[in-house]
Design a protein around this ligand. Structure first.
Ligand code: NDP
Ligand code: 8X3
Length: 253
């Protein structure tokens, strides 16, 4: 394959989908993943063109067996992954630590931390074999700050940052770039997932100010991915203009 290959987890919605779109516009071949097969097929049809082949892998990043089987199903050509965007992730619930649902904690830890690690363990070996690659982990303002009722979500994103910093040191000798993207509030399916499908509660998160769009973040991701070979952007912290910290969003009535 002549074109570079990008593997994006969680490409069925939000940031992952917009990142896939921008990379298809820029002639990357894509491996897109998620748990919703119908969406993966629809996106494959939408993005595939003469300059972009799209491969779909449907699996749950929380399940190591599923991750390993999905990655093992790729042919050697498709294992020449140049870019891994570890994007699949979620917040589940917004509750104080004494009342939160333990299943929500498990889902966030298993997806945001363990899923990212399962993907990275395998794909980084493919990159090490070729002595080239770029791993971009989607973190959050919640990776550098905390907010009430978000203890475990914030902890998972703090973990993403710690893992990324250590990976940067481990992988630099192998000519592999590592970085994080740390956004504030982006209007995606994120809040709908956090509030278990409650549309009213989800909509309230974005009331009275202009949040980031998934396209805003995808454009920044493309900027990071398209720097020259000798430039590594360690982190980009990107907030809506109206958001000054994880807790301070200035809303108009
Ligand atoms: P969306 O809910 O719109 O998209 C999340 C994506 O992750 C979907 O494609 C979903 O696919 C996938 N995903 C979730 N869980 C799993 C799983 N267990 N296995 C495989 N895929 C999974 O949210 P965003 O686009 O906003 O979120 C993307 C990333 O950005 C997350 O890591 C999030 O923490 C982070 N982020 C989001 C912010 C925001 O305000 N929206 C701000 C800062 C960071 P499927 O359901 O098909 O499995
Ligand atoms: C998502 C943004 O502020 O809800 O990472 O944590 S926030």
């Amino acid at each position: 394959m002549k074109q570079r290959i990008a593997l994006i987890t969680g490409a069925t919605a939000g940031i992952g989908f917009e990142t896939a779109k921008i990379l298809s516009e820029n002639h990357f071949n894509l491996i897109i993943t998620g748990r919703r097969q119908d969406r993966l097929e629809k996106i494959q049809q939408e993005l595939e063109n003469e300059n972009c082949q799209v491969k779909t892998l449907c699996f749950d990043v929380q399940q190591k067996k599923e991750v390993d089987q999905a990655l093992a199903s790729l042919t050697e050509d498709w294992k020449k992954v140049d870019i891994l965007v570890n994007n699949a992730g979620l917040a589940a619930g917004l509750d104080p630590v004494n009342q939160a649902n333990v299943d929500d904690w498990e889902a966030m830890i298993d997806t945001n931390i363990k899923g990212l690690l399962y993907m990275t363990r395998e794909v980084s070996n493919w990159m090490i074999a070729r002595q080239q690659g770029h791993i971009l982990n989607i973190s959050s303002i919640a990776g550098v700050q905390t907010y009430p009722n978000g203890s475990v979500y914030c902890a998972t994103k703090h973990a993403v940052n710690a893992i990324s910093k250590a990976m940067r040191i481990e992988l630099a000798p192998h000519n592999i770039k590592v970085g994080t993207i740390s956004p504030g509030a982006i209007e995606t399916e994120f809040s709908l997932v956090r509030f278990k499908g409650d549309q009213e509660q989800a909509a309230k998160v974005y009331e009275g100010f202009t949040p980031l769009s998934a396209r805003d973040i995808a454009e920044s991701i493309y900027f990071v991915l398209s720097r020259p070979a000798h430039v590594n952007i360690d982190d980009l912290l990107i907030m809506p203009t109206a958001q000054a910290s994880a807790r301070d969003i200035f809303r108009k009535d």
